[in-house]
Design a protein around this ligand. Structure first.
Ligand SMILES: [Zn+2]
Length: 65
């Protein structure tokens, strides 16, 4: 088992395309910015759970509010 790093999927808040991200679950709940693989715009990734890994994706402005 590849402990710590898991694949999580979500939907880009900008273009709506499904994206898959590699998340370091051993770091616990976290928030960071990653560029969408499809439209290259910066989306805020929030890791909300680690077992299993669940993520939420936000517009950058939305997350800053
Ligand atoms: Zn996108």
């Amino acid at each position: 088992m590849n402990w710590g790093v898991e694949l999580a999927s979500g939907r880009c808040p900008y273009c709506g395309e499904p994206v898959q991200l590699v998340v370091d679950a051993s770091a616990g709940e976290q928030r960071y910015v990653e560029d969408c693989q499809v439209c290259c715009r910066p989306m805020t990734v929030r890791v909300t759970g680690t077992d299993p890994v669940t993520i939420q994706l936000f517009h950058e402005d939305e997350a800053r509010r």
